[in-house]
Design a protein around this ligand. Structure first.
Ligand code: AHR
Length: 506
């Protein structure tokens, strides 16, 4: 297998939106409780934050974290999570059939986000609540002082405003499973009015309207069109969510699922721009891909799980969707990140769902260790190295055929140009299960003088594509990629079968 990749200094897509490397913390399963927060754990600090998990989060390098949901937020009262912990109410969370203690809330998340060095992306409840709760939360969080709500925040321990810039106007309200599910008309009107009222309190905030829960939703397309027709002037972004999995051993289709992500992104861009044209608007609406990942839902798995959880009664932080990721999943995650980066001119925010334990790159055992899943690595390296400008990579690769997505490039790539450090980073995936790929990289307008870094993620010796990491054995990890060489002003390398790699050219 072979591929030729051409990069030219002047052919760029735009600046790397650093918010593309976002993540997500929901009050769901063990993401918050026994994930990022576990008072009494040997590694917990005085606030109850797990420092072992925090270290892995810092190493992975998310730039922005969405909070507190997800489906959870559509039945959540933000007031329950502030004030003295002893007086916070215990509540039933209907979305995940869980007993919510509210021991962790807004102030705790803000404190944690500072330690993790991430921006906060706050979601509001537009399922069971509306305009009033939305504007009150903005006042509580962002108004300096001198009003009931801002002074309440100060009384609760935060003298300075939280200054949250980025807000999601609800979550997946197109989905019948959502508490407070709405038609596009109902949601569009509510989102517009909530946005107006929130901006009256703080005109500097950025707002994300809810888009489709996936590109297969029956209302996909119509939803975006109607919602944006109502909210165009008030919002800055429209959201997209997508989860992928391998079905019935069809690895080829699974490995090519980033083609669906491409299709989804390009369709939402087209829809947003159609609303722009019809309404004669000047500004553009950009995209917030604020939930994406590999998730083995196995048909009706979510409902099955919920059913099982229901049978065991109301419990605190039950185990929910703790997928164990394989080498194959890691390659797919690499291609999904490539898709997001290639569309970085319009996708300005993206959040891998979720951060810890719940379909997550980081796992942690209650009262036990924390570890990196296989999917940790493509995210960590791209978050670290994708800086500066996105280069428009021209890829000419051998192709493979897939049942679900037609023909796909075997070698998938994205690239960035970090002018400050004079480095070109190339992020590569080889989708072939059997063959190595010989890659020829041609550079125009750059003088390649050496290879600053070359790393590869592949199944370790003796393991197959289903290999995964466990608490005591992180078998899938980055290794040095040998044989990468500068030749004729370009770069030549060989990608092992089913691998993900990063090459940084000086
Ligand atoms: O990330 C898990 C769940 O997936 C979220 O709560 C919801 O928004 C989506 O359906």
């Amino acid at each position: 297998t072979s591929a030729r990749i051409t990069l030219a200094r002047d052919f760029t897509v735009g600046d790397v939106p650093r918010r593309l490397f976002g993540s997500f913390v929901e009050h769901m399963g063990r993401c918050v409780y026994t994930g990022i927060f576990e008072p009494g754990h040997p590694a917990a600090d005085e606030s109850g934050f797990r420092t072992d998990v925090l270290e892995l989060v810092r190493e992975m390098g998310p730039t922005v974290v969405r909070y507190p949901g997800g489906n959870f937020v559509s039945g959540y009262n933000w007031e329950d999570g502030v004030g003295p912990v002893d007086s916070r109410p215990r509540r039933l969370d209907g979305a995940w059939h869980t007993l919510e203690t509210n021991a962790f809330g807004l102030h705790e998340f803000m404190d944690w986000s500072r330690l993790a060095d991430v921006e906060v992306m706050q979601a509001i409840n537009l399922g069971t609540r509306g305009v009033d709760a939305a504007r009150e939360l903005v006042e509580y969080a962002n108004h300096p002082s001198g009003t009931y709500l801002s002074d309440l925040r100060r009384k609760n321990g935060a003298e300075e405003p939280f200054d949250i810039r980025l807000w999601c106007l609800g979550n997946e309200l197109d989905g019948p499973w959502q508490i407070g599910h709405k038609t596009p008309e109902e949601y569009g009107r509510l989102a517009k009015e909530a946005a107006k009222a929130m901006r009256y309190v703080d005109p500097t905030i950025e707002l994300v309207a809810v888009g489709s829960s996936n590109s297969g939703m029956p209302t996909f397309g119509e939803w975006e069109h109607t919602v944006l027709s109502h909210t165009y002037d008030e919002v800055d972004y429209i959201s997209l969510h997508a989860y992928y999995q391998e079905h019935d051993g069809d690895a080829a289709s699974f490995l090519a699922c980033a083609l669906d992500m491409d299709y989804f992104i390009e369709s939402v861009v087209a829809t947003a721009d159609a609303v722009r044209a019809k309404g004669r608007h000047k500004k553009r609406i950009n995209l917030s891909f604020d939930e994406w990942n590999v998730w083995y839902q196995r048909g009706l798995d979510t409902e099955d799980q919920l059913h099982r959880v229901q049978e065991s009664g109301w419990r605190e932080h039950p185990r929910l969707i703790e997928d164990e990721y394989t080498m194959t999943d890691a390659v797919v995650v690499g291609t999904l990140l490539n898709s997001l980066l290639r569309h970085g001119d319009r996708v300005h925010i993206a959040n891998q769902a979720q951060l810890v334990n719940v379909i997550a790159p980081i796992r942690s055992d209650e009262n036990g260790p924390a570890w990196r899943q296989a999917i940790f690595w493509p995210f960590a390296r791209m978050a670290e190295l994708a800086r500066g400008r996105i280069l428009s990579a021209s890829v000419s690769s051998d192709r493979m055929s897939t049942d679900q997505f037609g023909d796909a490039d075997i070698v998938d790539a994205s690239s960035t140009w970090d002018e400050e450090n004079s480095q070109v980073a190339v992020f590569l995936a080889n989708r072939s299960l059997d063959d190595a790929a010989e890659v020829d990289l041609t550079l125009h307008g750059f003088t390649a003088s050496g290879i600053a870094r070359a790393e590869v993620l592949q199944a370790p010796d003796g393991a197959d594509r289903h290999v995964s990491n466990t608490s005591d054995n992180e078998r899938v990890r980055l290794q040095n990629l040998p044989g990468v060489r500068v030749a004729d002003g370009g770069v030549k390398l060989s990608l092992p079968a089913l691998s993900w790699a990063v090459v940084v050219v000086d």
